[in-house]
Design a protein around this ligand. Structure first.
Ligand code: TYD
Length: 236
């Protein structure tokens, strides 16, 4: 397998305490942990698969997973979370269920793969909870961070890509029957979108924005450019 050159484990000098926990420190394990974020319909899954294929061609062992889900327990929790019948779910119950699915995924899948030196690509992670539950539901990000620091035993991504796509294009890609989250009103989705923008500024050393407009291949070229710039995975 091609060796991984880790980015500097030190947080930037001007990072705040919160940022140094969440920005730039990464997983601290042998492998690399890269997460993909964005609003529903932004094309994350396709871009992740394309990146995984390119990395595998380069000789990396790549694990692709998703949230909520990726384990038997996680997929069951996913069904509960997305089922429109649970429209009365409290915001705190929702945050705890996402964190529970994540705790299981980290313990069972992500941490072992990183210990083994693999590149882990995850469709959504902690930032989804910050954007959707922290900002969207108004729970605030401090409690969500605390909950997830505990749930993941402090496992943070080395790099997060935020795929940014216009609402008008995203909305054409949404499923005909919306799940419980997609069925939320425009104000909720607006708060989530603004939440992501705030996270981009707060954690600018860890989260990189990628313009997700245009052809799949053009977006993939932008994704790889960021991966190359931050982690130099393609140049050796
Ligand atoms: P999914 O179908 O995976 O959405 P997408 O294909 O857009 O990634 O559904 C996951 C939904 O759960 C999505 O609306 C985002 C939401 N979510 C949270 O609210 N909090 C979280 O912590 C995570 C991981 C997802």
């Amino acid at each position: 397998m091609t060796g991984i050159v880790r980015p500097s484990p030190l947080p930037p000098e001007d990072a705040t305490l919160d940022e140094s926990a969440l920005a730039g420190l990464g997983s601290g394990l042998k492998g690399l942990f890269i997460t993909f974020e964005g609003l529903d319909g932004c094309g994350k899954s396709t871009q992740m698969e394309l990146l995984a294929a390119a990395l595998r061609e380069r000789g990396y062992v790549v694990l692709v997973t998703r949230e909520p889900g990726g384990t038997g327990l996680g997929e069951s929790i996913r069904d509960l979370l997305l089922d429109p019948h649970h429209h009365g779910m409290s915001a705190r119950a929702e945050a705890l269920l996402y964190a529970a699915a994540r705790a299981q995924l980290v313990e069972q899948v992500i941490r072992p793969a990183l210990d083994d030196g693999q590149v882990v690509l995850c469709d959504r992670y902690l930032d989804s909870s910050l954007a959707y539950q922290g900002y969207g539901r108004g729970l605030g990000i401090d409690d969500i961070i605390t909950l997830n620091v505990w749930g993941t035993k402090c496992l943070f991504p080395d790099l997060t890509l935020f795929l940014d796509l216009d609402d008008s294009i995203r909305s054409t890609r949404l499923a005909a029957v919306p799940d419980r989250l997609e069925a939320e009103d425009d104000e909720f989705h607006q708060r989530v979108a603004e939440g992501y923008r705030t996270l981009l500024t707060l954690h600018r050393h860890r989260i990189r924005r990628v313009d997700a407009q245009g052809l799949e291949s053009d977006v993939q070229a932008r994704v790889r450019a960021v991966i190359e710039e931050e982690l130099a995975l393609f140049s050796h």
